[in-house]
Design a protein around this ligand. Sequence first.
Ligand SMILES: Cc1cc2nc3c(=O)[nH]c(=O)nc-3n(C[C@H](O)[C@H](O)[C@H](O)COP(=O)(O)O)c2cc1C
Length: 218
Amino acid sequence: MVIKKRISALVVLTCLLLVALTGCGSTTATEKAQPSEGAQSEASGKNQTQPQGEQRKILVAYFSSTGHTQSLAKNTAEVLQADLYEIVPQVPYTKNDLNYNDESTRATVEQKNANARPAISGKAANFEKYDTIVLAYPIWWGQAPRIIDTFVESYDFSNKTIVPICTSASSEIGSSADALRPLCSSSAKWVAGKRFSEGTSKNELSSWFASIKIIDKK
Ligand SMILES: Cc1cc2nc3c(=O)[nH]c(=O)nc-3n(C[C@H](O)[C@H](O)[C@H](O)COP(=O)(O)O)c2cc1C
């Protein structure tokens, strides 16, 4: 009788031990399959900080004689979170220089001369660090002002993306960028540019730059 009781107790103990062991085993498997809480939040944190689309380093370089292109360039730099560089002529344009009703005035004389290269004051810092250059200028007699020729010839644009944009009284961007293209490295990638009117909003700019894939869509 005593022996029978001891055997029963032994059987019960063995069963309990087996259940306990099996239970522990399954817990360990589950723990191995799931990342720890810390690891999980770290992984999802990484996903959240992944760059959304292309992360470009953009410089908005502009020339402006009466402020229209400057305003466009400033808004563009803000929308693109880009750096801004003003192309400043060594000899500033006076009001008379810009009088296109008189064909003998400076701006018009320069535009008629394909070899005119008005000098620029100063240099854009760390130009090599940018992969995309937005080039903003006013239209002068259907073309970019000659000082833009000077700018394009002054830097190495190899493999950079160039986005020309302009302001004007009414003319479209036309062939102005095509005329600049041969002046810099043939490996530069020119995007078809656009003329913007004075009142263009940041939202319109943002949509256009998203449409040409310079920034991601909002
Ligand atoms: C010499 C000169 C030529 C111009 N030629 C044109 C032209 O061909 N077509 C046009 O629509 N506007 C023309 N304009 C007007 C300018 O493109 C326009 O006012 C521009 O927005 C000025 O930009 P800014 O204030 O940044 O200098 C000309 C202006 C000047 C001074």
